[in-house]
Design a protein around this ligand. Structure first.
Ligand code: ATP
Length: 309
């Protein structure tokens, strides 16, 4: 086996309901993940030792400065876990081509980890009936981060617990999205901490989160207007407090006729739902014209999880 390339998708959270802070420092979540056609690629090739290189995909305006190129990279951590499970040395070169914004609330690092899991499992074990199946990779992924199993699975799924207990959701048709990326990322732990702080400030204790039935119905029937109305993100007020300029970005999308507009996960990327592919093109042009984003990217969902190409 010479090299294996795997593509893994970014996600947008269609519902992100954040429950009370648990004793272990995490929150109980209802997290409806939706994979979109904005993808990173990871190529795993045999090497004398574990090496990581990171580059921006040619057409993407991704700032890769903050991404570690040592053993801390999530893809490298994934490779080490796969090697340990297979009883081999993690001697692999991982080349990561990023199109997913870094620290953008679209789980780019998790996508790279998922891609590395699938790539290394194949590189080191190419039998027809491999030792590590998809369930094993989902389990290893959960040890790396709450968003990693979903990047392996793809599609649309409801995540419970910390977001890692996944059930695929029924969807119909394709949804068209426009993403406005921002200069500089937001730290996910900082956004959760701000969310806790805001709730304390307003004396609003968090309720136990529940899956939105309006959202599930809109997805199952392919009802784009219903989906737009059902989008929610409990982290949005915290992301807006930390990055007030996102208010202008969201307003520009709404003014340009977006069916739904919200901060993606912990931000700062903003997600806009369009009515059709043509509408997405118009929306993207309007957002570009408004000058409220670092870059404007169109994508469709649901999209498959980590896939060998
Ligand atoms: P999420 O939506 O899951 O909260 P995010 O999209 O906001 O995540 P990521 O791009 O996944 O953020 O990365 C957050 C941090 O993780 C980065 O700032 C970087 O330090 C670290 N990191 C480790 N490995 C990677 C990787 N392969 N790609 C990007 N960031 C990585």
């Amino acid at each position: 086996m010479t090299a294996v390339t795997v593509r893994a998708p970014a996600k947008v959270n269609l519902q992100l309901a954040v429950g009370p802070l648990r004793g272990d420092g995490y929150h109980d979540l209802v997290n409806v993940f939706h994979a979109v056609s904005l993808v990173d690629e990871v190529t795993a090739a045999p090497a004398g030792r574990l090496e990581v290189t990171v580059e921006a995909a040619p057409s993407a305006r991704v700032a890769i400065e903050g991404v570690p190129v040592d053993g801390d990279n999530l893809a490298a951590r994934a490779a080490r876990l796969v090697a340990a499970r297979l009883g081999v040395e993690p001697q692999v070169s991982l080349r990561i081509r990023k199109a997913i914004p870094v620290a953008g609330g679209m789980a780019g690092g998790s996508a790279d980890a998922a891609a590395a899991l699938v790539a290394c499992a194949r590189l080191w074990d190419d039998r027809d009936d491999p030792l590590l199946g998809r369930d094993d990779l989902l389990e290893i992924g959960a040890a790396l981060g709450s968003d990693v199993p979903f990047a392996v699975l793809g599609g649309t799924a409801v995540g419970l617990g910390r977001g890692e207990r996944l059930t695929p959701a029924l969807t119909r048709g394709t949804f068209h999205w426009v993403f406005a990326t921002a200069d500089g990322g937001l730290s996910t732990p900082a956004v959760y901490a701000e969310c806790d702080r805001l709730r304390e400030e307003h004396g609003e204790p968090a309720a136990m989160p529940e899956v939105s039935q309006a959202l599930m119905t809109a997805l199952a029937t392919g009802d784009v207007k219903g989906l737009g109305a059902a989008l929610t993100n409990d982290l949005q007020p915290a992301a807006l407090r930390l990055r007030p300029s996102l208010d202008r970005t969201l307003a520009a999308g709404r003014d340009a006729g977006a069916i739904g507009a919200l901060v993606s996960g912990s931000g700062p990327t903003c997600a806009f739902l369009a009515e059709s592919e043509g509408h997405a093109a118009d929306l993207a042009a309007a957002l570009e014209g408004a000058g409220v984003a670092r870059s404007v990217v169109r994508a469709q969902g649901p999209y498959p999880g980590a896939t060998i190409i």
